[in-house]
Design a protein around this ligand. Structure first.
Ligand code: AMP
Length: 525
């Protein structure tokens, strides 16, 4: 097909211009190994999402010793012949960190001992860094910390250290004491020393832990064993492998479609296996449902949007139809189905708010990148293990819409998300991050009603007319009024006074902190 050929060569040029030369795993080590990407021992193990395109890294000052030895935080099973398999706890030596998200390393221990190959950089942490400590659970929420510490296998004094939810950049210590979990803020002095009690500051967190492992000295209990790690989901790698980060038009034959997961208005979604090794989701688009050039322009941007709460776009097959969009696979499918199936049997208000907060976090990232979703709804949020939620299909609506500037009179057969769409987007085709905020209010309603269709009993037309009179949906049954207030803020007529996603994120994340009277016993010191 001509259009595809034209597109392929133009895409190839884009890719070539973006890709930098990379060292093959078996090429000799480069002379310049000091990559300047030493991980700050105090940093969290997941590096900030960086651009998919590798950049030259600044040279490291001579005085700084590059960190070379890393410990595996998760198991990793090689996906290509050039990858290394390893298990949690294995020690690896980084040989070349310049590719950015995939490093070349040599395994010093474990199944691949003395072999050399690519490893995902976000699966390892420098030996002796806080990330490598068995008690460091950086991204664990206060409630999850309680659930984990109270789980079987933990004894009196079991503890963990996590990022504080209420104070960004600070840490909290959670300890099990007589069947209850206590939380302490780890405060910092101006000189960087940390303390629980101001009279006893420590240069490092490890020293603090070692000290309170010897004696309680004011803590409710002497620290015991680190909290047992429940099965933790390994983070998403950047791209499927080292060579799909930039070159992500992949061979169709490398994808095996295993089973159909669902169907949407533009095609089907299948569970697939890439390279015979890696489970993925494959969206197959109905021929003619979008212009491939248009899609690829958008996909260029979409692939750079990386955040733990966004579904990662891994690769595409666009040289012939049907177009394949390959993304990470989410075990529990769409949030809408998840909510409707559950109807409150296992999900509690805490879970619902936690899920809403995750969506807000993903959207806050899009907001920070000046990107608009355009079709935010529970059907476009996907759920993984442990109620993990990620926003999907961001930006795709624009590609589907583009042919006809007004989506709502657009292509035949389109189901129009009228009930999710802000008035200014509906009437004036004005889509902004603030129209996404409106949709988020509707999504919150879906979460609180376990997937009920908004404006129950009303047709699309009736809902539009009803809204035009200044009416809004009332507080759903069993929904805290604070949450209804948040929805109402999202549905303000004047889009300028609707909250930002950043605000929505912290309002939801802090919901429980604000609600509890004794956040930290440490204030007793
Ligand atoms: P969509 O065409 O995006 O509306 O997807 C249709 C259905 O496929 C959804 O309702 C989900 O149940 C399922 N689905 C879509 N994407 C994924 C994914 N990445 N992982 C798992 N299931 C998915």
């Amino acid at each position: 097909m001509d259009i595809h050929k034209k597109f392929s060569s133009c895409w190839q040029r884009v890719v070539e211009s973006c890709c930098s030369k990379r060292l093959k795993p078996n090429e000799p080590e480069p002379e310049k190994q000091d990559t300047g990407v030493n991980i700050d021992p105090g940093s969290t193990h997941q590096p900030e999402p960086t651009s998919a395109i590798s950049r030259p890294l600044p040279p490291t000052p001579v005085a700084v010793q590059p960190v070379q030895r890393y410990i595996a935080l998760f198991d990793y099973s090689a996906r290509t012949e050039e990858d290394l398999s390893f298990n949690t706890g294995d020690i690896l030596e980084a040989l070349d960190k310049s590719p950015g998200e995939w490093w070349i390393a040599r395994a010093l221990t474990g199944v691949s001992a003395s072999q050399q190959g690519y490893i995902p950089a976000n699966y390892v942490a420098p030996v002796e860094s806080i990330d490598a400590e068995p008690w460091y659970f950086p991204d664990t929420k206060r409630q999850d910390a309680e659930r984990m510490l109270l789980a079987e296998g933990n004894d009196q004094g079991a503890f963990l250290i996590r990022n504080s939810e209420s104070l960004k950049g600070e840490l909290s210590l959670s300890v099990l004491d007589k069947g209850k979990v206590k939380h302490y803020k780890l405060q910092k002095l101006e000189n960087g020393y940390v303390y629980v009690s101001k009279t006893k500051p420590f240069a490092t967190i490890k020293e603090l832990v070692d000290y309170y492992t010897e004696q309680a000295n004011g803590l409710c209990v002497r620290l015991g064993e680190p909290c047992k790690k429940m099965q933790m989901e390994a983070p998403q790698t950047y791209g499927l492998s080292y060579n799909t980060v930039d070159l992500w038009e992949i061979e169709r034959q490398s994808i095996e479609l295993k089973r159909k997961l669902g169907a949407g208005q533009f095609g089907e979604v299948h569970e697939g296996l890439w390279n015979g090794t890696t489970s993925v989701a494959v969206k197959t688009l109905k021929p003619g449902s979008m212009d491939p050039i248009d899609f690829l322009q958008e996909a260029q941007i979409m692939k750079k949007l990386r955040h733990p709460k966004l579904i990662q776009l891994y690769a595409v097959c666009t040289t012939e139809e049907p177009i394949y969009i390959i993304t990470e696979l989410m075990k529990n499918g769409s949030l809408l189905e998840y909510l409707q199936k559950d109807r409150g049997t296992t999900l509690q208000i805490t879970d619902q708010i936690e899920m809403a907060a995750q969506v807000a976090a993903g959207m806050a990232y899009l907001e920070s990148q000046n990107y608009i979703h355009r079709d935010l709804a529970a059907r476009n949020v996907l759920v993984g293990e442990n109620n993990i939620c990620k926003v999907a299909d961001f930006g795709l609506a624009r590609v589907f819409m583009k042919e006809n500037e007004n989506v709502y009179e657009a292509k035949e057969g389109c189901k129009l998300p009228v009930k999710w769409t802000a008035p200014e987007a509906l009437h004036e085709n004005r889509f902004t991050i603030k129209s996404d905020v409106w949709s988020f209010g509707i999504l919150l309603y879906e979460i609180m009603t376990f997937g009920q269709t908004p404006y129950p009993g009303m047709s699309n037309m009736q809902a539009v007319q009803w809204l035009a009179k200044g009416r809004r949906m009332s507080c759903p049954p069993n929904c805290p009024t604070v949450l209804h207030k948040i929805m109402m803020n999202c549905w303000k007529e004047n889009e300028q006074v609707r909250p930002t996603f950043e605000t929505l994120q912290w309002q939801l994340e802090d919901y429980f902190d604000l609600d509890t009277s004794s956040y930290d016993d440490s204030t007793r010191y």
